[in-house]
Design a protein around this ligand. Structure first.
Ligand code: F6P
Length: 538
């Protein structure tokens, strides 16, 4: 155990780390505990962290060679050491003309060619040159994909809906549950629908099955097999499999194995959204992410937004044993952000071994959850305020609304600040009792109710202010969280870019599917599984 770890352990029980006390003793805290970058403003003053805490956490980052790790990520080192490859999501959003090498070869020409291909396909669809099997232009896009081939893109689509082309509609088909695709097909016109099959591997069960159903549906609706190519585009790193599915090679947009699925929204994976929102919007989003990458690479550790957010997360996770982290989007357009961050964070740092395969000796990934403010205030905020667990929260708020209505945005903003303030200041039992008595309540009744009404406070939160909800700030926000996750992985000493844990379930799923299809009983499973297989068959 390093001496820094011991110091942090001792330091976390220090009574002076009460957020309210910290504010009382430092009038400049609200200004000092902030970082501004890429159109985002992070206010991290409402944390159980003093200058001493930040000094220790920054020293921890230095001890873990954070600066070198950031350089390794962005320069294409094999940071994914179990799959022996880089994780170059920063390259797919890098400036044209950059020189970023994988195995000694600059990958940017491929990235730029693909951008041109995306743009050309967009122009073809928007101009009406791309026609369906009856000669009509495309009006509906159905993007079929799951996990990293859906979640981040969905956030972008919702967040930037005010940029949407009114002549197009976009639908995501995700789940293996046939209800998902059935409900979407009901809204589509086969003559004017373009399916975008998004799968890095082109082997994911849900996507494969949904793509087959889409093809069957088109055929049943009258599209001859020879015209299927007019209704399908694929985005994949596995061109052979996409071709075998029947997609014309010129309509396959490439992905590369050096981009992780959950980090791939910057690529052609977003093709459906790019069609809807426009190529310019996509480029602007890449610019926003680039600005965050630049900040991550160049800002000193103590002034580095992703580093600070990552370190604070580690602080609560490892030293206060907090088990989860809430993402509270006070922006309707960002309501899907918690779902995306669940994958980015939990699939990346939900690991039990270090880079060298030895078991970790402390907590790794936390549970990411959350939702949309103010809706959550009328649902789960009760637990945040009075529950027994310490749950750090990020409030994501924009200074402006993309769709103003009267003073509703001011109310939204006020509520975000009020929640952060309530979490921090709380209200003591004495205060609550006095207030009730002042309003005329009998003293005995006020004493009985006070413990129920008191709010402990001293609950940490970050406020992330977006100057506005623009393609640039959305890009910067998504890149920020990707980097925050990487920072955690560096402190934990784990690989953030593999996901072996999801494989076992896939293999077992295949075996159980066979048993469900096969007549007769099967003894190949544990008793619990066998009994439900029997019930399904019966
Ligand atoms: O099963 C997990 C996973 O591999 C994710 O990591 C990935 O984002 C998702 O499935 C979809 O994979 P693909 O893009 O290859 O279909």
């Amino acid at each position: 155990m390093s001496s820094l770890h011991q110091q942090l352990q001792q330091h976390c029980s220090n009574a002076s780390l009460n957020i309210n006390t910290l504010f009382d003793s430092d009038t400049s805290r609200a200004e000092r505990y902030t970082i501004e970058a890429a159109g985002l403003f992070l206010d991290y003053s409402r944390n159980r962290a003093s200058d001493e805490t930040l000094k220790l956490l920054t020293a921890l980052a230095e001890e873990c060679n954070m600066a070198r790790a950031i350089e390794a990520l962005q320069s294409g080192s094999d940071v994914n050491n179990t799959e022996c490859r880089p994780a170059l999501h920063t390259a797919i959003r890098a400036k044209a003309g950059s020189d970023i090498k994988v195995n000694g070869r600059n990958v940017m020409p491929d990235v730029e060619t693909t951008r041109q291909q995306i743009k050309a396909l967009c122009d073809k669809v928007h101009s009406g040159e791309w026609k369906g099997y009856t000669g009509k232009p495309i009006r509906h896009i159905a993007s079929i994909g799951i996990g990293g081939s859906h979640l981040g893109v969905n956030v972008v689509t919702d967040a930037l809906a005010h940029h949407a082309n009114p002549d197009l509609s976009l639908h995501y088909i995700v789940n293996i549950d046939p209800v998902d695709i059935s409900s979407k097909l009901d809204q589509l016109d086969p003559e004017t629908t373009l399916f975008v099959i998004v799968s890095k591997s082109f082997g994911t069960l849900e996507t494969k099955e949904n793509a087959l159903t889409a093809r069957r549906w088109l055929n049943e609706q009258g599209c001859p097999e020879s015209d299927f190519h007019k209704h399908f585009i694929a985005v994949s790193a596995n061109v052979d499999k996409a071709v075998a599915f029947g997609i014309a090679e010129e309509n396959i947009l490439p992905l590369w194995d050096w981009v992780g699925g959950r980090y791939s929204l910057w690529s052609a994976v977003s093709f459906g959204a790019i069609l809807l929102l426009g190529y310019d919007t996509y480029e602007r989003m890449l610019n926003g992410a680039q600005a965050m990458d630049e900040h991550f690479r160049t800002a000193p550790l103590a002034e580095n937004m992703p580093v600070m957010m990552g370190l604070l997360s580690v602080w609560y996770n490892r030293y206060f044993q907090s088990e989860s982290h809430a993402i509270l989007s006070y922006a309707h357009g960002l309501r899907q952000l918690p779902n995306h961050l669940q994958q980015v964070d939990m699939e990346s740092v939900g690991k039990g071994v270090k880079l060298d395969g030895s078991p970790v000796d402390d907590n790794t990934g936390t549970i990411i959850w959350g939702g949309e403010g103010t809706n959550g205030q009328h649902a789960y905020h009760q637990l945040l305020h009075q529950g027994t667990r310490l749950i750090p929260a990020d409030f994501i708020v924009s200074l402006k609304s993309p769709a103003p209505q009267g003073d509703q945005h001011t109310w939204l903003f006020a509520n975000a600040l009020a929640q952060a303030r309530a979490l921090m200041t709380g209200k003591t039992e004495d205060q609550v009792r006095e207030e009730m008595i002042a309003k005329g309540m009998d003293a005995a009744e006020a004493t009985r109710l006070a413990p129920h009404k008191m709010v402990p406070g001293n609950r940490p939160s970050n406020i992330l202010l977006m100057s506005d909800i623009t393609p640039e700030t959305v890009g910067a926000l998504l890149a920020l969280y990707e980097h925050k996750v990487y920072v955690q992985s560096v402190i934990f000493g784990i690989n953030a870019f593999d996901q072996w844990g999801v494989e076992l379930g896939k293999v077992l799923g295949d075996e159980i599917y066979s048993a469900l299809q096969h007549p007769g009983d099967s003894d190949d499973f544990d008793a619990a599984t066998s009994s439900l297989i029997k019930r399904f068959k019966a």
